[in-house]
Design a binder for this molecule. Structure first.
Ligand SMILES: O=C(O)c1[nH]c2ccc(F)cc2c1NC(=O)[C@H]1C[C@@H]1c1ccccc1
Length: 232
């Protein structure tokens, strides 16, 4: 998160850190007791290794009362996701067991109604991604508020030039922005997860390249079917 601020500890109890060998790779969030939603691109350089999921954390390194690392039973990248574009950039992770819910670990509801969030709506995004242009990595969860911009503005020739589909949405990236390592985290508007930070490589903090999120509502049926099929 560029030019954001430290989040109030444990006030975003749905936040997850997807880790490999103890290193944060991407964000994610708890959508059900045994399920985390993130971005498919985050699995690109993991050569088949499964993530571990850190829940209940504010600091990535310090001991905290409800911080716990969960093993992942299975990962389900959306079948339409690919390395060439941001399409269907969603990843479902089934934890090896149900997360223990408490004051620091809680499920975040996601939007099921497929209707665009109005432009200028202020939404919030949080993560342990890079905090400056030298790529510094925070230890504590950061957050930032960003206004939604219309798909038409986001698709302007000088911005993303028509690549933003109906299944995506954008926020203004002038100065304050998401960045590498924030991908997979939720864009929260009025307490509901509306989008997932896309994980395709992108410049951060440049107003010419707004942040792109995968809208969740168009994928509600896919999410429900994967959770139903795998839960048995
Ligand atoms: O965050 C992303 O957009 C993104 N997209 C990817 C695609 C492949 C892939 F193998 C990884 C990623 C990845 N994450 C990262 O590189 C994470 C490792 C870097 C990082 C940044 C800040 C703080 C901690 C760690």
């Amino acid at each position: 998160i560029l030019r954001g601020s430290e989040a109030r500890p444990h006030l975003k109890p749905y936040m997850a850190s997807l880790q490999l060998d103890g290193q944060h790779v991407c964000g994610g969030f708890l959508i059900a007791e045994q399920w985390v939603l993130s971005a498919a691109h985050c699995t690109e350089e993991t050569d088949g290794k499964l993530f571990q999921v850190l829940l209940g954390a504010h600091s990535l390194t310090e001991p905290e009362p409800h911080k716990r690392l969960y093993r992942v039973r299975a990962q389900f990248p959306h079948p339409g996701s690919n390395i060439h574009n941001n399409k269907d950039d969603l990843l479902l992770l089934q934890l090896e067991e149900k997360a223990e819910l408490n004051s620091d670990v809680r499920v975040l509801p996601f939007q099921r109604e497929d209707r665009d969030v109005a432009a200028d709506t202020e939404c919030e995004v949080a993560g342990w991604g890079t905090i400056d242009h030298s790529g510094r990595r925070p230890d504590k969860l950061q957050q930032v508020q960003r206004p939604v911009i219309s798909r038409d503005v986001c698709n302007h020739r000088t911005r993303h030039d028509g690549t933003v589909t109906r299944n995506m949405m954008c926020t203004d990236s002038r100065r304050k922005d998401t960045c590498k390592g924030d991908s997979g985290g939720p864009l929260v508007c009025d307490g509901v997860a509306e989008g997932v930070v896309t994980a395709g490589s992108r410049v951060c903090g440049n107003y010419k390249k707004p942040a792109i999120y995968t809208r969740i509502a168009p994928y509600a049926a896919w999410i429900d079917s994967v959770m139903a099929s795998a839960d048995g």
